[in-house]
Design a protein around this ligand. Structure first.
Ligand SMILES: Nc1ncnc2c1ncn2[C@@H]1O[C@H](COP(=O)(O)OP(=O)(O)O)[C@@H](O)[C@H]1O
Ligand SMILES: [Mg+2]
Length: 364
């Protein structure tokens, strides 16, 4: 298997890994690569770096994909969007509300406004919701989704289940009791819960919460079914999870933890990308020996630098070995650190060459 064939066989690719390793960039690179090969692709980015956003022509949240112009002739299409969590959530409410009255009541409720932007996991859930919309309800050949820059990147996977659980929550049940009277329903347990919810969302407006749950009545089933569908899309064989890591010991340890959790969730990592590797140089001449031979001269200093870089590169190789073995037979792609910043389509394409040309093919 190679990264090339993993991409070719997938209709959905989820780029995951800890923050700052290059998830957003990689997602864009993969979408561009597949588009250059003739497919119609879309990349859903979350908090892209300014320059990448500029490169993709994303100035601000749009929540609907826009096509990237200027791909060479013979290419497919590349579309890109920046996730707008609230707009996506609003869309779900519209979809499942019985009528415009119910929609309005929910959208205008301030408890809803808070959870739709700041409840832990909402961004992750909406990313997976958007992924579902694009994969199932649109005609893209490939949807590449970036995951939020949380420390716990697994929120993305757990979000649908968490939302379902949230709706299953005691507080919800209590407030929905047929005989509910507000005073009766908000018993001590419920109050404690509401207080902890208030802490998360930063609001003390309990009455708003009650109004929200009231307005939400009848929609929970639709939400739960949707969450289950999203969950099942994530476990389809043509959905590929690609783990991105950087070669440093600490992020490597995070990647290892991450891989272990994915295994628990019965999710196979289909490719491992180690981004920003130190370039390594052939072993024909030992730079240490050369540094010694030319010690005290400018050439000696240069060999010294080379020896240090070599040392770093070897250290990185050692770090990634364990993870690569754990994820075998997933291909391991080592992407060298680039001297340029990804700031336009040309540099995105260059990084793509680095990624797909260094694509190490390992036998399954
Ligand atoms: N191989 C690379 N070489 C050099 N810079 C890179 C490379 N990959 C990513 N970057 C840069 O690193 C920064 C973080 O990348 P990003 O994709 O935003 O990470 P993440 O989404 O995981 O937080 C960006 O400025 C990006 O341009
Ligand atoms: Mg990112």
């Amino acid at each position: 298997m190679s990264l090339e064939s993993v991409v070719a066989q997938s209709n959905v690719i989820v780029c995951c890994g800890s923050g700052g390793v290059g998830k957003t960039t990689t997602a864009a690179v993969i979408a561009l690569h597949a588009a250059l090969q003739g497919r119609k692709t879309v990349v859903v980015t979350i908090d892209p770096a300014r320059r990448l956003a500029d490169a993709l022509g994303l100035d601000g949240l749009t929540n609907e994909p826009a096509q990237i112009p200027g791909l060479p002739e013979g290419s497919g299409e590349m579309w890109a969007m920046m996730l707008d969590t609230k707009a996506t959530f609003d869309g779900l409410v519209r979809r499942y509300a019985a009528d415009s009255n119910q929609t309005e009541q929910i959208l205008e409720n301030s408890f809803y406004r808070n959870i739709s932007t700041s409840l832990s996991g909402t961004q992750e859930y909406m990313a997976s919701e958007k992924l579902y919309e694009l994969a199932i309800e649109s005609d893209y050949d490939l949807v590449v989704v970036d995951t939020p820059p949380t420390r716990n990147a697994l929120d993305f996977l757990e979000a649908p289940r968490r939302l379902a659980k949230f709706l299953d929550h005691r507080i919800y049940k209590v407030l929905m009791l047929p005989t509910r009277g507000i005073v009766k329903a908000v018993n001590v347990a419920a109050q404690t819960l509401l207080r902890s919810i208030s802490k998360v969302v930063g609001t003390e407006v309990i009455a708003d919460a009650i109004a929200f749950f009231g307005a939400f009545e009848g929609m929970e089933q639709g939400f739960k079914e949707r969450a289950a569908e999203v969950d099942s899309l994530l476990s389809q064989p043509d959905t590929a999870f690609i783990l991105i890591a950087s070669p440093h010991a600490d992020t490597m340890a995070e990647a290892q933890f991450f891989a272990a959790r994915l295994r628990e969730l019965k999710i196979t990592v289909r490719a491992l990308i180690i981004n920003r590797m130190q370039p390594s140089f052939g072993d024909n001449h030992s730079p240490e020996d050369l540094a010694e031979r030319y010690a005290g001269t400018p050439l000696g200093e240069q060999y010294q630098c080379l020896a240090e870089a070599q040392h770093l590169a070897r250290g990185e190789q050692k770090h990634l070995l364990g993870l690569a073995q754990e994820l075998a037979p997933a291909p391991v792609v080592q992407v060298p650190v680039q001297a340029f910043e990804v700031s336009n389509m040309a540099t995105l394409q260059l990084l793509g060459q680095a990624m797909f040309d260094t694509d190490v093919t390992s036998e399954p």
